[in-house]
Design a protein around this ligand. Structure first.
Ligand SMILES: [Zn+2]
Length: 235
């Protein structure tokens, strides 16, 4: 049983093309999924940004309310101070007013900070909204691209499978079962070019007898990795 010259090398090339086109077909749904996940992530970011805004807003409102109450209390103390009749009471109220004014000043600073933070949160929402729009547009683009490529890739797949079927007819019929088995197990790595005196797939050094059989165009499998070996035409 001998194999026609060039047959295994051609089969190896076709199997690599087959791997390439099938992986490009499989990449389409993966790219769509990634783009869909990016949209979901952008939606979550927007929800989080709105939530952060709401929390900051509530904290700020709370502080402003607190300040109003404290200012009312301060006015009350001021009234008491004006009406005080003893020095002791006057001094106590004065100290109290000074302490409250200091506390209110701190609170006012905190309110100003919270208002700045609120502006930042508002900007974060705008950014997240813009990003969501972008991700949705990107998803449309990816889907369109995958859809546009698909007929070309399907055509390519049909062509490569056709080439494969035609070339496989050059194999001796009694060898077909062994060939099918190794292709099923290893895909494009089912075939291995001999490099020097080694298997091109796993680098195992071939025996003189194997090289001899290869030169006689007999089917030879690598004893280490099981690839169907061939001597490439440029050697
Ligand atoms: Zn090998």
């Amino acid at each position: 049983m001998t194999i026609a010259p060039g047959t295994l090398e051609t089969l190896h090339r076709i199997h690599r093309q087959l791997t390439d086109v099938t992986s490009r077909i499989a990449a389409g749904p993966r790219q769509i999924k990634a783009a869909e996940q990016a949209v979901v992530k952008a939606e979550q970011d927007l929800v989080a940004a709105k939530d952060a805004y709401k929390k900051t807003r509530m904290a700020s409102d709370e502080k402003q309310l607190q300040l109003k109450q404290r200012e009312a209390k301060l006015r009350d103390l001021q009234g008491k101070l004006n009406a005080s009749e003893s020095n002791r009471e006057y001094q106590l109220l004065k100290d109290q007013i000074a302490a409250d004014q200091k506390a209110n000043s701190v609170l006012t600073d905190e309110i100003l900070e919270s208002l700045e933070l609120l502006d930042q949160r508002q900007a974060d929402i705008k950014t997240a909204e813009g990003n969501l729009v972008k991700m949705k547009e990107e998803l449309v683009r990816v889907k369109q691209r995958v859809e546009n490529l698909r007929p070309m890739l399907d055509g390519e797949l049909t062509r490569v499978r056709g080439d494969l079927a035609v070339t496989e007819q050059n194999l001796p019929p009694e060898f077909k079962t062994d060939y099918d088995r190794v292709v099923k197990a290893k895909g494009e790595d089912a075939l291995g070019a001999v490099e020097g005196d080694s298997c091109g797939q796993c680098s195992r050094v071939l025996t003189p007898q194997m090289l001899n059989e290869l030169n006689l165009r007999k089917p030879v499998f690598c004893k280490a990795c099981g690839s169907l070996l061939y001597i490439p035409s440029d050697d």
